[in-house]
Design a protein around this ligand. Structure first.
Ligand SMILES: [Zn+2]
Length: 419
């Protein structure tokens, strides 16, 4: 078992005038305190404390300075490098994240301002780091120090996080058993793989959980609409939070069971559909369904990813094109006479009718077997990622790195987990 630490990138979304003012106040006070402590040559925590105690900053920022300034002074740091856009550092307890998956902007960050005063600001996360945020949200990763900074009028938060991972097995790709993971509406998740002779094993379906999640979503929409009509926004909010928490509980249990299933297979690799392709492939309904469906995908995928990493199980993605339309036995396209049934159009194929989600899961597994695994690099050079409302939250974060933070960067990576 090892530990993995990463810097998570969050972009604060359109803070209003008041909040921007408060963020600037925090930064300016921090900057002045840092400069004063540095000029005084504070090389101990208590010496730094004597200087920074005067400033209108949160304890989280002051404590971060107490650790940071002695490091700088002890390293004959070049004073010129302490310039105006030095990031504001907070100790690990300073920042909090709240997840509101039903909202267009899903994350909220609590940013300390000064003693007993903080700001909640909606934040967009780097979609590639969603597994980390899910882990943090579930208490399966630990939040470390954070840094707040502004670049070109946009405010960013960089948060270090640490979680446990297991070393992956050394088995080569062709020795692995691909387990197809199909995420759907009828069955929330379906997993299946082929045994040594190539026959699909008995699949596992989480069909009842699909029903529960559908019911919870429906309750959410009818109830919150009713409450909002009556002007009970706050009741609607807290009721909504409770329902989403219930959905999240289902997701966490199911994703844990998916990883347990993988653990029971020798040299497993979990194969997921690449979310960046989902949008073009799905037969979406109305806007809301589409967004929620996307939310479910992204959340389930992220949870599977981090829980698989905890167990050393690799996860790969493949292009989902036609995984629900093609027959896993003969490759011909079929159709769905009913939601849960796939019917092969090839009269000579023995399959006839098959459980649709299982057919999809086997296709996903087979696509890995055929060597078609899509990595980030393939994508960058090939197709263009949807930058709007695709299944992940789309807009990839291109926020700048605060390179000067390297004094304390502890980006440990373990072999293949470096992605
Ligand atoms: Zn067929």
């Amino acid at each position: 078992m090892g530990e993995l630490t990463k810097t998570l990138e969050l972009k604060l979304v359109d803070p209003n005038l008041h909040k921007r003012q408060k963020l600037r106040e925090t930064r300016d006070a921090y900057q002045r305190a840092l400069q004063a402590a540095f000029d005084t040559g504070c090389d101990t925590q208590s010496a730094t404390n004597d200087v920074v105690v005067e400033y209108d900053l949160s304890g989280y920022a002051k404590n971060a300075l107490k650790k940071y300034v002695p490091q700088l002074c002890g390293n004959s740091y070049d004073a010129n490098e302490i310039h105006d856009d030095h990031p504001v550092r907070f100790t690990n307890e300073g920042l909090q994240l709240d997840h509101q998956p039903q909202n267009a902007i899903e994350w909220y960050a609590k940013v300390p301002h000064h003693e007993d005063y903080h700001l909640w600001i909606p934040a967009r996360a780097n979609p590639d780091q969603r597994d980390w945020l899910e882990a943090l949200n579930a208490g399966d990763a630990e939040m470390g120090k954070s840094r707040l900074f502004e670049r070109d009028g946009t405010w960013y938060l960089h948060v270090t996080a640490t979680r446990d991972v297991e070393d992956k097995s050394e088995a080569s790709a062709d020795k692995r058993t691909p387990i197809g993971v199909d995420i759907g509406e009828a069955s929330l998740v379906t997993v299946c793989h082929r045994d040594g002779s190539g026959s699909p094993v008995r699949p596992r379906l989480w069909a009842d959980d699909g029903k529960s999640v559908r019911r919870l979503r429906k309750t959410y929409f009818t109830a919150t609409r009713r409450l909002q009509k009556r002007g009970s926004e706050r009741i609607a909010d807290s009721f909504g939070d409770a329902l989403w928490n219930q959905i999240d509980d289902v997701f966490h249990r199911v994703t844990r069971e998916v990883v347990e299933y993988a653990e029971s297979v020798e040299n497993p690799v979990l194969v997921l559909e690449d979310l960046r392709y989902i949008r073009e492939n799905m037969d979406y309904g109305e806007y809301m369904n589409r967004r929620l469906h996307g939310w479910g995908f992204a959340k389930l995928h992220a949870q599977i990813r981090y829980k698989a990493a905890e167990k050393g199980i690799p996860v790969e993605t493949v292009n989902p094109r036609n995984t629900s339309k093609a027959c896993h036995a003969c490759g011909e396209h079929g159709y769905r006479p009913r939601q849960a049934t796939f019917r092969c159009s090839n009269g000579g194929c023995w399959v006839g009718e098959y459980q649709a989600d299982v057919n999809g899961a086997i296709n996903i597994a087979d696509r890995y077997r055929s060597g078609e695994s899509h990595r980030q690099s393939d994508w960058a050079s090939g197709q263009k990622a949807g930058a709007d409302d695709s299944a992940t939250d789309g807009a990839s974060l291109t926020g700048p790195q605060d390179s000067q933070a390297d004094a304390e960067t502890q980006q440990t990576t373990l072999g293949t987990y470096a992605s």
